[in-house]
Design a protein around this ligand. Structure first.
Ligand code: ADP
Ligand code: ZN
Length: 623
């Protein structure tokens, strides 16, 4: 019975495929493969050009943002060319997810790394040498062993792909010495095309990749680094943990996300607090033993809706497409860092959030870290400049995305999908407030931080104020017209505008600068951003495509997710390897009546149609 059913299904699937291949007739072999095997309708951005170039035997360096679709750039040429594609990848977890995903598509793929036992490795090697593999993923240290090189001598090689190619850069924080050995590929296999891929954009890294991998003759493909589906929001820090909780509850209940904190202690505290408040959170930092760490990472990858609270030790190799938000409770060190970390959200192209809370204490903390480090003056200067650029992003009244992209040398127009575009910040004439704040700094002896200064300005007779007799100063109580949040933002902006500075040698007290005098005297007006305390409203795109499925469709989606979870458990692979959220959502919304309707949904390739078609139709059949 079951068998007959399957055969009927397969027949049906095959006829759908035939229809498809007719559609694909006249399409290039690459496009036909994209449609048939991957179930995607069209190439994205530079994919087509890269694939044509590499399939024809050319070398390539591909710079694409995270989620841009780099994998297809080497997978499709490897499938089109004779022989196996050899993919160098730095992380075992990355390789395993890729292999699982390819296997689901019916592509013959395997990984060789330290997680594979000797017998399995021999089987894979055998399959490779006898032409029974389309793609093999290897760790760089294994690739350069005599044993593997000897194996390659016996193998027909379609291409070499070097993933995360920035690992070759000695200046980057992902440096992997074994990557330096990869220049031997050029020396030994001059006629096999090589394609290096990375999401690290800066010109210095690019030049290093070219030089060290001997890619001088490679064509360089640079994509836009924009991630249009990510909404950037930077809020004034008030009570950061509560702000975070509200953000998660209101916009991302039950979603997978990453919360970045600066220190291990803060990771532990924040995580415990989130759990207490009903969020399924797990901690991750370098102070934990490695078994627990990888267990947490694996649960994040595999389960639905886990929030990881982490230091930046949590990063590369996170290849989860459905991370719906990345939150920063502390200021990152640079725009590069911020962009890389936030880039882990929304790889599947669905709406995602990059959310950060930011306050004066962050500025003080990061500046102190730089000033107190043992690094060279040169390094400190560069770090300070990077921090300043990030502060500019935080304080801007213009579009955040325009700022971000400009930093990477890309011109763009206001995006409509960041907090400042959605809810343009008002600026206000803060000349008087600035004068009062600077007077308070001056009259109290340039040795107190913002918290105390705000108490003085607002006229609070607390212990500390009385102890220093600050209630007798002329500035005492002159700032009762603004609330604490407004004053915090005034002090923060004074510091970022260079009108006051933090003295790191004297317990972080605020001091005047050379520019303060003109303001104090009333000679220069000061404009500031008004602090926003109300939450940013949801942008339209999000409401339409994610949160607000009609109720029946939402129930269908729920059933589809339950089915996917069971399937993923049974096969011991992450849920997204079975089908992506975006695909499930389309199925829930469109409720395809038959296999051919199902086949037209993005993400349903021939193999998945065959394998899951009936189950999917059943899951949405009865409402
Ligand atoms: P990267 O390695 O650049 O971060 P991936 O190769 O993992 O990106 O692709 C990111 C996501 O985009 C994946 O979910 C992939 O299935 C999807 N994708 C890639 N190319 C296309 C395409 N042409 N059409 C639709 N989806 C695509
Ligand atoms: Zn914008």
């Amino acid at each position: 019975m079951r068998n007959e059913e399957l055969t009927a299904v397969q027949k049906n699937a095959l006829s759908v495929l035939r229809q498809r291949s007719e559609i694909a007739n006249g399409a290039s072999p690459a496009l036909a493969l994209l449609r048939r095997t991957y179930g995607h309708a069209e190439f994205r951005g530079a994919q087509r050009d890269v694939i044509e170039h590499v399939s024809a035997g050319g070398d390539a360096l591909v710079l694409m943002p995270t989620g841009g679709g780099k994998s297809l750039c080497y997978q499709i040429p490897a499938l089109l060319r004779e022989g196996a594609g050899v993919v160098v990848s730095p992380l075992i977890a990355l390789m395993q997810d890729q292999v699982a995903a390819l296997t689901q598509l019916g592509v013959r793929a395997a990984a060789l790394n330290s997680a594979v036992d000797a017998e399995e490795a021999r089987r894979i090697e055998q399959a490779l040498a006898t032409g029974r593999l389309d793609l093999v993923y290897v760790a760089p240290e294994r690739l350069t062993t005599p044993r593997f090189l000897a194996l390659l001598e016996r193998t027909k090689i379609a291409l070499f792909a070097i993933d995360e190619a920035h690992c070759v850069s000695q200046w980057g924080h992902d440096f992997r010495p074994e990557y330096l050995q990869l220049s031997l590929l050029h020396e030994r296999y001059a006629d096999v095309p090589r394609i290096a891929l990375t999401a690290t954009a800066d010109p210095q890294t690019r030049a290093e990749i070219v030089a060290r991998l001997r890619l001088e003759a490679a064509r360089v493909f640079v994509s836009s680094f924009d991630r249009p589906n990510i909404r950037y929001t930077i809020v004034d820090k008030a009570d950061a943990r509560n702000q975070l909780l509200c953000f998660i509850r209101q916009e991302h209940a039950g979603h997978a996300g990453i919360v970045y904190c600066l220190t291990r202690r803060k990771v532990d505290e924040t995580c415990a607090w989130l759990i207490e408040h009903g969020v399924r959170a797990l901690p991750y930092h370098a102070g934990m033993d490695s078994a627990t760490r990888s267990a947490h990472q694996a649960r994040f990858q595999r389960d639905d809706g886990i929030v990881i609270v982490a230091t930046i030790a949590f990063g590369m190799g996170i290849d989860k497409p459905d991370v719906r938000f990345v939150a920063h409770l502390d200021l990152p060190k640079s725009i590069e860092g911020y962009y890389q970390e936030t880039g882990r959200a929304g790889r599947d192209g669905l709406p995602a959030d990059a959310w950060m809370s930011y306050g004066l204490a962050d500025v003080v903390q990061q500046r102190r870290l730089i000033e107190r480090s043992d690094a060279s003056d040169e390094y400190k200067r560069v770090s300070s400049a990077k921090l300043e650029a990030l502060l500019g992003l935080c304080e801007t009244a213009g579009c955040r995305r325009v700022r971000l992209l400009a930093y990477f040398g890309e011109a763009s127009a206001a995006c409509g999908n960041c907090d400042t575009c959605i809810d343009p910040p008002e600026t206000w004439d803060a000349t008087e407030a600035a004068r009062k704040a600077l007077s308070a700094i001056y009259r109290t002896g340039q040795r107190f931080g913002a918290v105390h200064l705000i108490d003085v300005l607002r006229g609070r007779k607390n212990e500390r104020v009385l102890q220093w007799a600050h209630d007798r100063l002329g500035v005492f109580g002159i700032g009762a017209d603004l609330d604490d949040a407004a004053w915090r933002s005034v002090f923060r902006q004074l510091v970022t505008l260079g009108l006051a500075r933090v003295d790191h040698d004297a317990h972080g007290g605020l001091k005047l600068t050379a520019c303060s005098r003109a303001v104090l005297k009333g000679e220069v007006p000061v404009q500031m951003r008004r602090v926003v305390t109300r939450p940013t409203p949801l942008p339209k795109a999000k409401a339409e495509s994610f949160a607000h499925l009609p109720p029946t469709a939402a129930q269908r989606l729920q059933r589809l997710k339950e089915w996917r979870l069971a399937e993923a458990r049974a096969q011991a692979v992450p849920a997204f390897v079975i089908l992506h959220d975006s695909t499930l959502m389309e199925i829930a919304r469109r409720r395809p009546p038959d296999l051919s309707a199902l086949a037209s949904i993005a993400g349903i390739g021939a193999r998945k149609l065959e394998r899951y078609g009936v189950a999917l139709l059943q899951a949405v059949a009865d409402d």
